[in-house]
Design a protein around this ligand. Sequence first.
Ligand code: NAI
Length: 331
Amino acid sequence: MKLLFYNTKIYDRHTFDELLPRYPAIQIDYQDARFDESTAALARGYDAVCIFVNDDANARALEILNGCNVKLLLLRCAGFNQVDLQAAAKYGITVLRVPSYSPEAVAEHAMALALAANRHVHKAYVKVRENDFSLEGLRGRNFYQKTAGIIGTGKIGSAMARICRGFGMNVIAYDMYPNRDLDFVTYVTLDELLSQSDLISLHCPLLDSTRHMIDRETIQKMKDGVILVNTSRGGLVKTEDLIEGIRARKFFAVGLDVYEEESRNVYADRSNDIMENSVTARLLSFPNVIITSHQGFFTREALDAIGTTTMENAVAYMKGGKIDTEVHMKD
Ligand code: NAI
């Protein structure tokens, strides 16, 4: 089986090259280019393509894949909102993902963002490098005995809930499907969560129903001085409304690993670009906002798990039959 990997970085190549000797029936070629309608034709002659979160498997790109007779799309990530599933179904393209690799990797990063934003670690680091040892602007708040509100208690949200409990926080959550294993968590309505939480962390998927769930209306329901962390998907938060809320001093701090405008930025070195009309730049102009570039998943353990599941997905497809990691339109 010949696989074409799009959008690869050196760490992807290391991970998959290490795994390849275990899979003699699989051959991989790597592309730097992102997958979209302008690059899909490169897949001619391959059996499958493998893409990542910031690729764009839109209807036209999938039509081109189909024209190249490529019937397998491997996602080396959990999220699948970058794939037009209707088009995939229309062209008979099977979509396989990595449903879980290391929920703790993302949850630990969510807490890292919460802590860094709360204690202004990003500012303190720069100040000390400039021999400015003053504490002005660095005062934070204890998390101990405060309330953490987790929106979405699936794999990552559950891991975040456990971390928050470890910090001695009171943990509340909102999810349509409460996780009964989390016996230390109190499930509440979304409105209750918004009004009671000192720290709100988003861990639900991006769906039509969750797009912009954090907007002017929900922000108004939050406690003044709340800390908001988003490591899930940028589209959960309406950025313009977030900026309005930050300007209105609603938030003590905001930590974002994902944001609406990220797809051009993610994993690119744009340090020499002039960022015109950049929402990112506007967000970064606030002293209480910290942004990372979709790196929640980025640990050694997570990459190894992503690599293994992706290769096993390819093997399962070759064998035929039902595959648990398949993404269907109803998902
Ligand atoms: P999961 O499927 O295990 O859990 C998602 C939970 O959200 C489920 O319990 C579901 O019932 C709940 N949910 C769905 N709609 C909801 C709503 N409207 N309100 C409240 N809860 C709702 O997913 P998992 O593995 O925990 O991942 C969560 C998200 O994290 C993914 O969808 C993905 O967007 C993001 N992610 C981010 C990464 C990063 O590097 N920053 C890496 C991996 C995932």
